[in-house]
Design a binder for this molecule. Structure first.
Ligand code: SF4
Length: 346
């Protein structure tokens, strides 16, 4: 059986050609799958009856099933654990923001980047997700929002489990699918990709001609500390990551966001604030401060509210654009990897 969910229109046309299906019918199939929630060929009522009978003999519409769902007490965050046919499970989070519905998708099952503060990496990486598997996370939430009369998916952040630039081709195919008019028709500017700093693929992404936003996980302003928190820094050191991010901003004219998880007594001091200012001065960039979502297994603590405020003010005083991420969904373990880990343990 070949799974056609997640194929582009061109790929669908190729897959349906052996059945004598004209191109316009491939578009109908795409719209049924991606816009009208069809689960089977039988749902596609404008396809001829004989096609509805023969296509399922060799083609399948494979979608994940909802294995778990948690809603935060304030109703703003919903976390899904989705399971694919081979038993692989991934997390997807919906955040109902004041500016619209934002979802955070996973690109790998688990992750092998080994970041010290992250629950997704505790069990390593199981496998890459296909473009269709990443896209299915967006479709399932889009359909849920529609069913519940809550609008649609407005923005997508590729910031869940996994390093997207280590699954480059599938992630790029997913982004193009999000944008396709026969799928979600989402503007590229509503899509943000977050990387831990895979330098060669940051340069590659800059050349794709896609005006998506880039977010770079920095988390430390010097190599010694960053290598402790993010082992990938030993391969791609800080200066190279910042240079690649600067190149991305200059090529795409898109502001780069640097993510900086604030950890008590580790990277929240005056020395680190000074280093951060020197590193980023003069760039088309902003810093997103993220007070750490404690991961029980790692014993990393959140700074006090006063410390967070001080760090933010220090950057502002030195003309670095800065935001502090609002807490969402800590009561439902919204930090990436935590729900999946719970199921791996059960
Ligand atoms: S923070 Fe991202 S890159 Fe690092 S281990 Fe977690 S999922 Fe992987």
């Amino acid at each position: 059986m070949k799974n056609i969910f997640g194929l582009t229109l061109e790929e669908l046309q190729e897959s349906l050609k052996p059945f004598g299906v004209p191109s316009y019918r491939a578009r109908q199939v795409a719209e049924w799958m991606y816009q009208k929630g069809a689960r089977s060929f039988d749902d596609m009522t404008n396809l001829p009856k004989n096609l509805r009978a023969t296509l399922p003999e060799t083609l399948a519409i494979g979608r994940p099933r909802e294995k778990d769902r948690l809603d935060s007490a304030d109703g703003r965050t919903t976390k899904f654990l989705l399971e694919f046919d081979d038993g692989t499970a991934v997390e997807t989070v919906l955040m109902r923001q004041p500016y619209g519905n934002s979802i955070c998708v996973s690109t790998q099952a688990g992750c092998n980047m080994g970041c010290a503060f992250c629950a997704s990496t505790l069990h390593g990486m199981a496998r890459n997700l296909s473009a269709g598997e990443i896209f299915s996370q967006a479709i399932i939430i889009e359909e849920m929002l529609h069913r519940e009369g809550q609008g649609k998916v407005d923005t997508v952040v590729i910031m869940g489990s996994g390093e997207p630039l280590m699954n480059y081709d599938n992630v790029l195919a997913f982004i193009r699918l999000l944008h396709a008019p026969y799928a979600l028709g989402m503007g590229y500017r509503n899509i943000t990709l977050s990387t831990s700093g895979i330098v060669p693929n940051m340069y590659r992404l800059a050349e794709e001609g896609l005006p998506i936003s880039l977010s770079v996980s920095l988390h430390a302003p010097n190599d010694a500390l960053r290598s402790r928190l993010m082992p990938i820094n030993r391969k791609y050191p800080l200066a190279d990551v910042v240079k690649a991010a600067r190149h991305y901003a200059e090529t795409t004219k898109r502001r780069v966001t640097y993510e900086y998880i604030l950890i008590d007594q580790l990277n929240d001091g005056e020395e680190q604030a000074q280093e951060l200012v020197s590193l980023l001065r003069g760039q088309l960039a902003s810093v997103n401060l993220i007070p750490i979502n404690p991961v029980v297994e790692r014993h990393l603590l959140r700074p006090s509210a006063a410390r967070i405020k001080w760090f933010e003010q220090y950057l502002l005083d030195h003309h670095i654009q800065v935001t502090v991420r609002r807490e969402m969904g800590t009561d439902i373990q919204a930090a990436c990897g935590q729900l999946r880990n719970k199921h791996l343990k059960d």
